[in-house]
Design a protein around this ligand. Sequence first.
Ligand SMILES: Cc1cc2nc3c(=O)[nH]c(=O)nc-3n(C[C@H](O)[C@H](O)[C@H](O)COP(=O)(O)O)c2cc1C
Length: 418
Amino acid sequence: MAGAAQSWGSGGLDGRAAELRRRYPCVADLEQLARRRIPRFAYDFVAGGVGGDHGLRRNRAALDAVQLVPRYGRDVTRIETGVTLFGRDYALPVGVAPMGLAGLAWPGIDEILAAAAQRARIPYVSSTVANAPIERLAALAPDVFWFQLYGLPGDDHAVSLELVRRAERAGAHVLVLTMDVPARQKREGDVRNGLAVPFRPRLRTVLDVLRAPRWGLEVLRRGQPRFENFCSYVPAPASTASLAGYTYHKMAGPLTWEAVARLREAWPRALVVKGILHPEDAERAVRLGVDGVLVSNHGGRQSDAAPASIDALPAIAARVAGRATLLLDSGVRCGLDVLRALALGADAVLAGRAFLYGGAALGAPGADHVAALFREEIRGAMALGGVTEPAALRETLALHPGAIRFPAAPRPALAETA
Ligand SMILES: Cc1cc2nc3c(=O)[nH]c(=O)nc-3n(C[C@H](O)[C@H](O)[C@H](O)COP(=O)(O)O)c2cc1C
C-alpha cells in the first residue's frame, strides 16, 4: 500500500523526474519559470502573437470550450498512447512544432528539443530558420526527424529544392510546407521591443539582459543565434548579420500551390502542408498528392483575425477524412488539448511554446519534463474517456460550440479544376 501511495504521489516517477513533477505540475509552471529566466524581449517574441493577440487568445478559449463527455465502467488498466504517422511509430500523439529563432528563448534550444524528442520518441520538426543546421538536428533525432520548409521562391526555388535535398540526405521522414506565411507580418510586440537580428543593444534591451544573467552568459558563450541552414548561401565566413540579411531578402513570398506540386515531385517521402484553415485548401492539397494536413493558425502569430485551429478542424476532417493524415497545432498546452483535437478528427498534434518553455526554464530536463507531462496527462484523460488507444478517441462525444460551418457547397475555384 505504501508503494501504491508513493506512486500516486509521484506519478510513478523516480528521482529528478518526480521532483520536477512536484515543482512544475503543468506547462504554465514552466512558462512562469522561463519568463523569469530570459529577457523580456525574448519572452515576448516566444509568447506573443500578432496584432492585439486576439488569435492567440482565441486558440486557448476555443480549446477550453471543447467539452469531452467521459465514459466510465470500462477497463482502462492498459492504455496504449502510441500512434503510427506516415508509416512510423511514435510514443505519443504529440510532437514538437517547428520554431525558428528559438535560440532566442535559450541558446542551443534546438539541439535540446531535438534530443528530447528522440528520447521521448515523438516527432521533432526542425524549422527552415532553426539556429542549428538540418544535419546536426537530424543526427540528434534520427528516428523522429521532420523538416519544415518556408517559401524561398527566388531563383526558381533553387534554395528550397537544395534544402529539401539536404533534408532527404539527412534522413528527414516528413517534409512540412508552411503555407501561412505568404508575406512577412508585422508583430507589434517585437517592433516595440526593437527586436532585431543581429541584436542591436538599446538601453532597455541591455537592462533586460542584465535581469537575465544566465541567458546573457550563455549567449556570450555560444554567440548570437544564427540562421545556420543558410551558411553555404552567403559569402564565407558567414556572420549573424549576413545570414539575417539573406533570410530577410530570400525568405519572402508565398509557397503557391504550383510550388507545392513541384515539391511533391521533388520529395519522395511523406509531405504535409501546414497552416491550413479552410477545407477547400485541405482538399486542394490532397488532390496534389499531399499526405498530411496540419491545421494551424501558427499559434496566433500570423493573422489576428484567423480562427482557432480547433474550430476549423471538424470541417477539414469531414472534407479529407481517410485521404490524409490530420494534424493540428496552435494553443496546445496539455494532454486534454491533445484529446480534444483527436476527438475532433486529428491523428496527432504538435506543440510549440509548451516545449520551448520547458527547455528555456530548465534545459534538457525541462524538455523531457514537458514530454512526461503530456504522457501522464494523455493517459489520465484517456482513462476518463474510457479509451485505451488514441484511435478510439474518435468515438468520444465532444461538445464543440465554436466549430466553424463552412459553406456547404463552395464553388470550385477555376484554377483548381484546370
Ligand atoms: C518562437 C516561434 C517560432 C516559430 N517559428 C516557426 C517556423 O519557423 N516555421 C513554422 O512553420 N512555424 C513556426 N512557428 C509556429 C509553430 O510551428 C506552431 O504553429 C505554433 O507555435 C503552435 O502554437 P503553440 O506555440 O501555441 O503550440 C513558430 C512559433 C513560435 C512560438
